[in-house]
Design a binder for this molecule. Structure first.
Ligand SMILES: Nc1ncnc2c1ncn2[C@@H]1O[C@H](COP(=O)(O)OP(=O)(O)OP(=O)(O)O)[C@@H](O)[C@H]1O
Ligand SMILES: [Mg+2]
Length: 351
């Protein structure tokens, strides 16, 4: 079975893949975790080359196959780069040839390695950057769908993927081939047990009100939780071994500043100028985290069709969530607080 894992920034997609990688290796699977295609993958051919090159590297770097390296040479010999095919706009016919070649490579790889491995696991992180390359995900589906079931390949996509969210595609072949799971925030008791468990390993205690404060403030967001805990722990002096309200108070500013610097600002700054303007307008008018599209249009004071493309951008970049039709949500309260500060600064500049 194959699958897709989706979730906002910092929700733990890469962490889950690392866990899968660990399980894969321990279960004697040939396991490959890929990310960082930017610049490497501009089309389908680049992609097949990228995967095969990485598979080759992985095989060569693992001990178990060493003895069989002779047999592998055969397979590796078939991995000549596919130069001559580097047209950006591949015709359908060519795509099919590439697909066929790639599938043959994978079949050959399986037949060469099946005595050494129980399965071959491809973990594809940051798959949203592949989604933007015309046809790649469909290509992946076509290739792996036609690989016979006795060739044991499993593909896991992870990223801020769009295809599972689009209603029109709920029953699409892509969704059926990569059934998706969305990573949701930790529940309060999960946050509590995480903190208590971690602190126990270093013999540090925590007051109930501090525990409650973190559990509430982080909203179950893994990145925010871990950052808060780390910064709080880091504020303990040599002699202290208990997290109290005073320690919390004295590190509060540092926590906000570091989250802004490491997490929120890298989300805000790459936005287009108009999207920035719009999100700041929303942040200065909003009550709570949720609002409707119509409210936003009022606050921005521009026509709907002007605002709407920027909403798409804000959704795509994970700044906004869309819990239901017409309703939106800023992804985290601490991010909203950051935005409010940015809005105040902007206003001061223009005064
Ligand atoms: N299950 C977990 N338990 C504890 N901490 C976690 C867990 N999952 C994630 N984290 C923490 O959250 C941080 C962010 O997770 P991760 O990098 O996996 O998110 P991501 O979804 O890949 O983010 P991005 O969208 O930026 O790629 C990790 O560095 C880790 O500290
Ligand atoms: Mg990640």
């Amino acid at each position: 079975m194959n699958m897709a894992i989706t979730g906002n920034r910092g929700m733990g997609k890469t962490s889950v893949l690392m866990k899968f990688e660990d399980i894969g290796r321990r279960s004697e699977c040939l396991t490959l975790r890929l990310s960082n295609y930017e610049g490497n993958v501009k089309n389908i051919i680049d992609f097949t080359d990228y995967i095969t090159a990485n598979l080759k590297r992985e095989i060569l770097s693992r001990k178990p196959v060493e003895k069989k390296i002779e047999g592998m040479k055969d397979w590796i010999g078939t991995l000549k780069p596919t130069i001559g095919w580097r047209d950006i706009s591949l015709t359908v016919e060519r795509q099919q040839v590439v697909q066929e070649m790639f599938r043959e490579r994978l079949a050959k790889l399986w037949s060469e390695t099946k005595d050494d491995y129980k399965a071959i696991l491809l973990l594809i992180d940051e798959a949203e950057s592949l989604e933007s390359v015309e046809g790649i995900l469909t290509f992946l589906r076509e290739v792996f769908q036609r690989i016979s079931t006795d060739q044991k390949y499993m593909v896991v996509l992870a990223g801020k993927l769009n295809f599972p969210e689009r209603m029109s595609e709920s029953f699409s072949p892509l969704n059926r081939f990569f059934p998706s799971s969305r990573l949701t925030p930790f529940k309060e008791d999960e946050v509590r047990s995480y903190i208590i468990r971690k602190l126990a390993t270093v013999d540090v205690g925590i007051d109930e009100d501090v525990l409650q404060y973190i559990a509430k403030r982080c909203e179950g967001h893994p990145y925010v939780l871990v950052a808060m805990c780390y910064l709080l722990f880091d504020s303990l002096s040599e002699k202290e071994n208990h997290l109290t309200k005073e320690i919390l108070e004295r590190s509060d500013e540092k926590i906000n500043a570091r989250l802004a610097q490491d997490f929120f600002s890298p989300m805000y700054h790459p936005l287009t100028p108009r999207a920035k303007e719009i999100i700041l307008k929303i942040a200065s008018n909003i009550k709570g985290l949720e609002f409707t599209f119509n409210e936003a249009v009022d606050w921005v004071g521009k026509p709907k069709n002007f605002v709407s493309p920027y909403f798409k951008e804000l959704l795509r970049k994970g700044v906004l969530n869309k819990p239901e039709r017409g309703r939106y949500q800023i992804f985290h309260t601490l991010f909203l607080e950051y935005l409010k500060k940015m809005a105040e600064e902007e206003e001061r500049k223009h005064r």
